[in-house]
Ligand binder design. Sequence first.
Ligand code: SAM
Length: 200
Amino acid sequence: MNKEQEKYLIEMEKYAREKNIPVILDDTRLFIEKICAEIRPVNILEIGMAIGYSGAVMLLASPEANITELEASEPNIRIARENYKKLGLFNRVKIIAGDCLNTLSNLKGEKFDLIFLDGPKGKYVEILKQLLPLLAKNGVLLADNVLFRGMVADGKPITENRFSYTVCILREFIDRVTKSPYLNTKIHHIGDGLAEIRLK
Ligand SMILES: C[S@@+](CC[C@H](N)C(=O)[O-])C[C@H]1O[C@@H](n2cnc3c(N)ncnc32)[C@H](O)[C@@H]1O
Protein backbone atom coordinates (compact mmCIF):
# COMPACT_ATOMS: atom_id res chain seq x y z
CA MET A 1 0.00 0.00 0.00
CA ASN A 2 1.48 3.37 -0.93
CA LYS A 3 1.20 6.56 1.13
CA GLU A 4 -1.60 8.00 -1.04
CA GLN A 5 -3.70 4.86 -0.73
CA GLU A 6 -3.15 4.83 3.05
CA LYS A 7 -4.23 8.48 3.22
CA TYR A 8 -7.28 7.85 1.05
CA LEU A 9 -8.36 4.90 3.21
CA ILE A 10 -8.30 7.17 6.26
CA GLU A 11 -10.52 9.66 4.38
CA MET A 12 -12.92 6.86 3.40
CA GLU A 13 -13.22 5.72 6.99
CA LYS A 14 -13.83 9.28 8.17
CA TYR A 15 -16.52 9.77 5.52
CA ALA A 16 -18.22 6.53 6.56
CA ARG A 17 -18.27 7.50 10.26
CA GLU A 18 -19.66 10.96 9.41
CA LYS A 19 -22.44 9.47 7.27
CA ASN A 20 -23.19 6.65 9.71
CA ILE A 21 -22.17 3.98 7.24
CA PRO A 22 -21.07 1.04 9.40
CA VAL A 23 -17.67 0.01 8.07
CA ILE A 24 -15.29 -2.39 9.83
CA LEU A 25 -13.63 -1.25 13.03
CA ASP A 26 -9.85 -0.91 13.39
CA ASP A 27 -9.24 -4.20 15.21
CA THR A 28 -11.33 -6.05 12.60
CA ARG A 29 -9.26 -4.39 9.88
CA LEU A 30 -6.02 -5.56 11.52
CA PHE A 31 -7.38 -9.09 11.85
CA ILE A 32 -8.48 -9.20 8.20
CA GLU A 33 -5.05 -7.95 7.10
CA LYS A 34 -3.43 -10.73 9.15
CA ILE A 35 -5.65 -13.38 7.51
CA CYS A 36 -4.83 -11.97 4.04
CA ALA A 37 -1.09 -12.19 4.81
CA GLU A 38 -1.57 -15.77 6.00
CA ILE A 39 -3.70 -17.22 3.19
CA ARG A 40 -2.73 -14.90 0.29
CA PRO A 41 -6.17 -15.04 -1.35
CA VAL A 42 -6.57 -14.81 -5.12
CA ASN A 43 -10.37 -14.78 -5.28
CA ILE A 44 -12.22 -12.76 -2.65
CA LEU A 45 -15.98 -12.45 -2.22
CA GLU A 46 -17.62 -9.78 -0.08
CA ILE A 47 -21.30 -9.62 0.80
CA GLY A 48 -22.07 -6.02 1.77
CA MET A 49 -19.55 -3.67 0.15
CA ALA A 50 -20.97 -0.33 1.32
CA ILE A 51 -18.50 2.29 0.05
CA GLY A 52 -15.70 -0.21 -0.55
CA TYR A 53 -13.69 0.35 2.63
CA SER A 54 -13.26 -3.27 3.78
CA GLY A 55 -12.94 -4.37 0.15
CA ALA A 56 -10.08 -1.94 -0.36
CA VAL A 57 -8.45 -3.13 2.88
CA MET A 58 -8.56 -6.74 1.61
CA LEU A 59 -7.25 -5.87 -1.87
CA LEU A 60 -4.42 -3.73 -0.55
CA ALA A 61 -3.39 -6.56 1.80
CA SER A 62 -3.63 -9.16 -1.00
CA PRO A 63 -1.60 -8.04 -4.04
CA GLU A 64 -2.64 -11.05 -6.17
CA ALA A 65 -6.36 -10.85 -5.45
CA ASN A 66 -9.50 -9.79 -7.27
CA ILE A 67 -12.75 -9.18 -5.43
CA THR A 68 -16.38 -9.88 -6.27
CA GLU A 69 -18.68 -7.49 -4.43
CA LEU A 70 -22.38 -8.09 -3.76
CA GLU A 71 -24.23 -4.92 -2.81
CA ALA A 72 -27.88 -3.85 -2.85
CA SER A 73 -27.61 -0.08 -2.38
CA GLU A 74 -27.19 1.89 -5.62
CA PRO A 75 -25.90 5.04 -3.84
CA ASN A 76 -23.27 2.95 -2.05
CA ILE A 77 -22.28 1.31 -5.33
CA ARG A 78 -21.76 4.71 -6.97
CA ILE A 79 -19.52 5.89 -4.12
CA ALA A 80 -17.61 2.60 -3.98
CA ARG A 81 -16.88 2.75 -7.73
CA GLU A 82 -15.36 6.22 -7.32
CA ASN A 83 -13.37 5.11 -4.28
CA TYR A 84 -11.95 2.06 -6.05
CA LYS A 85 -11.01 4.24 -9.03
CA LYS A 86 -9.25 6.77 -6.80
CA LEU A 87 -7.34 3.96 -5.10
CA GLY A 88 -6.27 2.51 -8.47
CA LEU A 89 -8.04 -0.77 -7.64
CA PHE A 90 -11.05 -0.60 -9.96
CA ASN A 91 -9.71 -3.17 -12.46
CA ARG A 92 -9.57 -5.76 -9.66
CA VAL A 93 -13.21 -5.34 -8.65
CA LYS A 94 -16.40 -6.93 -10.00
CA ILE A 95 -19.57 -5.45 -8.53
CA ILE A 96 -22.84 -7.40 -8.66
CA ALA A 97 -25.76 -5.14 -7.79
CA GLY A 98 -28.91 -6.43 -6.10
CA ASP A 99 -30.13 -8.43 -3.13
CA CYS A 100 -27.43 -10.97 -2.32
CA LEU A 101 -30.06 -13.64 -1.73
CA ASN A 102 -30.77 -13.45 -5.46
CA THR A 103 -27.34 -12.60 -6.83
CA LEU A 104 -25.43 -15.30 -4.93
CA SER A 105 -26.86 -17.89 -7.32
CA ASN A 106 -24.87 -16.18 -10.14
CA LEU A 107 -21.70 -17.47 -8.46
CA LYS A 108 -22.58 -21.19 -8.51
CA GLY A 109 -19.51 -23.26 -9.35
CA GLU A 110 -17.01 -20.53 -8.38
CA LYS A 111 -14.59 -20.89 -5.46
CA PHE A 112 -13.29 -18.13 -3.19
CA ASP A 113 -10.23 -18.23 -0.92
CA LEU A 114 -11.60 -15.50 1.31
CA ILE A 115 -15.25 -14.63 1.88
CA PHE A 116 -16.23 -11.66 4.00
CA LEU A 117 -19.86 -11.71 5.08
CA ASP A 118 -20.94 -8.23 6.16
CA GLY A 119 -24.38 -7.87 4.59
CA PRO A 120 -27.89 -8.18 6.11
CA LYS A 121 -27.44 -9.65 9.61
CA GLY A 122 -30.98 -11.05 9.75
CA LYS A 123 -30.22 -13.18 6.69
CA TYR A 124 -26.93 -14.70 7.83
CA VAL A 125 -28.36 -18.23 8.25
CA GLU A 126 -29.96 -18.19 4.80
CA ILE A 127 -26.82 -16.73 3.23
CA LEU A 128 -24.56 -19.27 4.95
CA LYS A 129 -26.24 -22.13 3.06
CA GLN A 130 -25.35 -20.47 -0.24
CA LEU A 131 -21.87 -19.43 0.85
CA LEU A 132 -20.38 -22.69 2.09
CA PRO A 133 -20.32 -24.34 -1.38
CA LEU A 134 -18.39 -21.28 -2.64
CA LEU A 135 -15.60 -21.59 -0.07
CA ALA A 136 -12.33 -23.03 -1.43
CA LYS A 137 -10.85 -26.06 0.38
CA ASN A 138 -8.30 -24.04 2.35
CA GLY A 139 -10.37 -20.89 2.33
CA VAL A 140 -11.59 -18.71 5.18
CA LEU A 141 -15.08 -17.33 5.69
CA LEU A 142 -15.21 -14.32 7.99
CA ALA A 143 -18.59 -13.09 9.26
CA ASP A 144 -18.80 -9.70 10.95
CA ASN A 145 -21.11 -8.47 13.72
CA VAL A 146 -21.90 -11.97 14.98
CA LEU A 147 -21.95 -10.79 18.61
CA PHE A 148 -24.14 -7.81 17.65
CA ARG A 149 -23.60 -5.13 20.29
CA GLY A 150 -23.05 -7.75 22.96
CA MET A 151 -26.61 -9.05 22.64
CA VAL A 152 -25.87 -12.39 20.98
CA ALA A 153 -24.02 -14.18 23.81
CA ASP A 154 -26.26 -16.66 25.61
CA GLY A 155 -28.12 -15.20 28.50
CA LYS A 156 -27.40 -11.57 27.54
CA PRO A 157 -30.60 -9.51 27.48
CA ILE A 158 -31.74 -8.10 24.14
CA THR A 159 -31.77 -4.43 25.04
CA GLU A 160 -33.93 -3.26 22.14
CA ASN A 161 -36.97 -5.07 20.74
CA ARG A 162 -36.26 -3.99 17.19
CA PHE A 163 -33.10 -6.13 17.27
CA SER A 164 -34.68 -9.30 18.67
CA TYR A 165 -35.14 -10.99 15.27
CA THR A 166 -31.56 -10.21 14.18
CA VAL A 167 -30.16 -11.43 17.50
CA CYS A 168 -32.11 -14.73 17.22
CA ILE A 169 -30.76 -15.26 13.70
CA LEU A 170 -27.21 -14.50 14.79
CA ARG A 171 -27.53 -16.93 17.72
CA GLU A 172 -28.69 -19.60 15.26
CA PHE A 173 -25.81 -18.69 12.92
CA ILE A 174 -23.25 -19.13 15.70
CA ASP A 175 -24.88 -22.37 16.79
CA ARG A 176 -24.66 -23.78 13.28
CA VAL A 177 -21.09 -22.80 12.52
CA THR A 178 -19.71 -23.86 15.92
CA LYS A 179 -21.57 -27.20 16.07
CA SER A 180 -21.18 -28.33 12.45
CA PRO A 181 -18.94 -31.43 12.15
CA TYR A 182 -17.68 -30.04 8.81
CA LEU A 183 -16.44 -26.68 10.07
CA ASN A 184 -13.75 -25.30 12.35
CA THR A 185 -15.01 -22.05 13.81
CA LYS A 186 -13.55 -19.47 16.14
CA ILE A 187 -15.58 -16.55 17.45
CA HIS A 188 -13.27 -13.58 18.00
CA HIS A 189 -14.28 -10.85 20.43
CA ILE A 190 -13.03 -8.07 18.19
CA GLY A 191 -15.04 -5.30 16.59
CA ASP A 192 -18.68 -6.32 16.88
CA GLY A 193 -17.73 -10.01 16.97
CA LEU A 194 -16.04 -11.79 14.07
CA ALA A 195 -16.53 -15.47 13.17
CA GLU A 196 -13.59 -17.20 11.45
CA ILE A 197 -14.87 -20.31 9.69
CA ARG A 198 -12.78 -22.92 7.86
CA LEU A 199 -13.71 -26.24 6.28
CA LYS A 200 -12.39 -29.30 8.16
C1 SAM B 1 -22.12 -3.13 7.30
S1 SAM B 1 -22.30 -2.47 5.69
C2 SAM B 1 -20.85 -3.11 4.88
C3 SAM B 1 -19.60 -2.43 5.31
C4 SAM B 1 -18.37 -2.83 4.52
N1 SAM B 1 -18.21 -4.27 4.50
C5 SAM B 1 -17.13 -2.21 5.15
O1 SAM B 1 -16.78 -2.61 6.27
O2 SAM B 1 -16.54 -1.33 4.53
C6 SAM B 1 -23.56 -3.52 5.04
C7 SAM B 1 -23.85 -3.34 3.57
O3 SAM B 1 -24.69 -4.42 3.16
C8 SAM B 1 -25.59 -3.94 2.20
N2 SAM B 1 -26.76 -4.86 2.17
C9 SAM B 1 -27.75 -4.95 3.10
N3 SAM B 1 -28.63 -5.90 2.74
C10 SAM B 1 -28.19 -6.41 1.56
C11 SAM B 1 -28.67 -7.42 0.69
N4 SAM B 1 -29.78 -8.10 0.97
N5 SAM B 1 -27.95 -7.71 -0.41
C12 SAM B 1 -26.80 -7.03 -0.70
N6 SAM B 1 -26.31 -6.06 0.09
C13 SAM B 1 -26.98 -5.76 1.20
C14 SAM B 1 -25.94 -2.55 2.69
O4 SAM B 1 -26.44 -1.76 1.63
C15 SAM B 1 -24.60 -2.07 3.22
O5 SAM B 1 -23.91 -1.35 2.24
